[in-house]
Design a protein around this ligand. Sequence first.
Ligand SMILES: NC(=O)C1=CN([C@@H]2O[C@H](COP(=O)(O)OP(=O)(O)OC[C@H]3O[C@@H](n4cnc5c(N)ncnc54)[C@H](OP(=O)(O)O)[C@@H]3O)[C@@H](O)[C@H]2O)C=CC1
Ligand SMILES: O=C1OC[C@@H](O)[C@H](O)[C@H]1O
Length: 376
Amino acid sequence: MLHYKAAAPMVTRRLFSSQQLNPIKWGILSAGRIASDYAKAITITDGAVASAVAARCPTKAKEFATLHGIDKSYGCYHDVINSPEVDVVYIATTADHHFEWAKQSLLAGKPTVVEKPMTLRLADTKELIDLARQNNTFLMEGMWTRCFPAMHKLRQIIAAGELGRIVYCQGDFGWKFPANNLDDRIWYKESGGVTLDIGMYCAQIGRVAFPSASLKDVRATGTVKNGVDYSVMATVRYQQEDEAEDGLLQFAVTGAANTEERLVIQGTKGRAILDAPFHVPERLRVSKDQGRGETEEVVYDYPLPNDPFEVWNNPGSIGFYHQINEVGKAVKEGRNECDSYTWNDSLEVALIVDEIVDQVRGEGNDVSSSGACRQQ
Ligand SMILES: NC(=O)C1=CN([C@@H]2O[C@H](COP(=O)(O)OP(=O)(O)OC[C@H]3O[C@@H](n4cnc5c(N)ncnc54)[C@H](OP(=O)(O)O)[C@@H]3O)[C@@H](O)[C@H]2O)C=CC1
Ligand SMILES: O=C1OC[C@@H](O)[C@H](O)[C@H]1O
């Protein structure tokens, strides 16, 4: 049996609301692809404006500012960080530069959102979080998936015990890496690879499914191409409080294929499915167990806002709207963390990612030259 719940309302613009009169002013570091999508999402979000952008080349920054209707453009990232016209800094550089610029931003006392991954290694993520704590400054890793209403509903359902004890989560995420462009950030030796790029979307679900559990074990195997982890199968084990059985998370991520991108959370009383593409979740399906082979399904739909743009660099980027709203609210309320994705979330996912990258790259299964086999 299938029940539909009312869809969430589409975004409506309220003219002259207090938020619009006193918007959060975002400063953007870099004029790359995701920076452009983020700037567009800001324009459809009540209570937020992009007030400044910096790129390494001032002409590129100026062009970006003109395209997105941003007042100020600079050829130096420090100028955005130090601008009194900026309330929150959004760091959208390639991941190998996140640590250094997030550190500068925090040292300047600016609320800071760092695109995922926050840094390349757990130790660096920890250093940034320690700095934010010492400086009493807002810091968030841009795990925007957590800010979608479908994800909030999922957490509510799990907390209410509707699925029973969660037994396992299983997910996949894959997109075809640009095989003919080895200059693309995805192939950078330090910051590229499938785990840092999309594995972390799967890894983050562990703390949603097992919120009070502790990480027990991470095992991964996979292939390496051009020096970066390319296809990965990972299993993560969680020690659950007051439970004899460990919770399990398993996922496959790949740069070789566009996969379905679906996430299943299986509990003893039923399952929740975040339909494709789960990293931009618009639909949550909850099936309650009614006996073997029989379920009752409730569908929760949360459509993305109306889209005034024809082209985005990444599908679904209009959904940044939710993160932009949540960050604005947290900063206005004087909080240093976003409840949807906390510092502890970032630390645990960074630990999982470290483990996977080390294990898979350490195996030496490079498929780029030989086409298949393990190197001896
Ligand atoms: N949340 C999401 O859905 C997505 C997030 N991302 C994340 O966003 C980040 C950026 O990705 P994306 O926009 O696709 O990347 P791009 O390659 O399009 O842009 C990255 C920017 O990094 C800047 N940069 C700074 N220093 C360097 C350097 N030494 N070498 C190269 N670039 C440098 C450049 O800025 P400048 O303009 O100043 O020259 C460039 O424009 C990554 O962390 C990625 O994981 C990416 C896609 C989707
Ligand atoms: O964050 C991301 O989500 C969507 C992917 O296509 C992209 O490569 C990645 O960076």
